[in-house]
Design a protein around this ligand. Structure first.
Ligand code: ZN
Length: 154
């Protein structure tokens, strides 16, 4: 009885260690962004502090409208690349779900979602340089003007 309880304890201890292990090496910064039926993000700036090695970005569409009408995504790129990416996003030969495919200018992106949905993307902070001029935006047609902000990398 005692030994079987011990082994259960040992297994759960090892399982806990295994689950904890990645966090000992990688520090993940969690960023949350909400998009609404009013064609707005809830933030104008995403800040990634210095001490993190990884970033987890969660996009949540808090509205009710379907993605064909009020779709939202998040693309992170150099600020100078944003307008070019937004133009290609509207070209069905280059883009899928308004995300240009195999586009090296796109550093990070979520998928396109509709009301009530969410999407999470994780990435190495090293895809962005500290102090670089980066922006995020939604590439759904017509949304760039309302749905954009800065990404600040410390
Ligand atoms: Zn949008």
């Amino acid at each position: 009885m005692l030994s079987s309880r011990m082994s259960v304890l040992t297994v759960s201890f090892l399982a806990a260690l295994f689950l904890l292990a990645p966090s000992l090496y990688a520090k993940t910064c969690e960023l949350a962004l909400q998009g609404s039926d009013q064609m707005k993000f809830d933030k104008k700036e995403l800040v990634i502090p210095k001490e993190f090695s990884d970033v987890k970005l969660v996009l949540k569409h808090v509205g009710k409208m379907p993605k064909a009408v009020m779709g939202h995504n998040v693309i992170i790129a150099k600020t100078s690349d944003i307008s070019g990416i937004a133009a290609d996003a509207m070209n069905p030969k280059k883009a899928k779900d308004y995300i240009p495919q195999n586009d090296q200018r796109i550093l990070v992106h979520t998928k396109l979602i509709g009301g009530g949905e969410s999407d999470t993307v994780t990435f190495k902070k090293s895809v962005l340089k500290a102090g670089g001029d980066y922006s995020f935006f939604c590439s759904f047609p017509g949304h760039l003007g309302m749905m954009t902000g800065k990404v600040v990398v410390k």
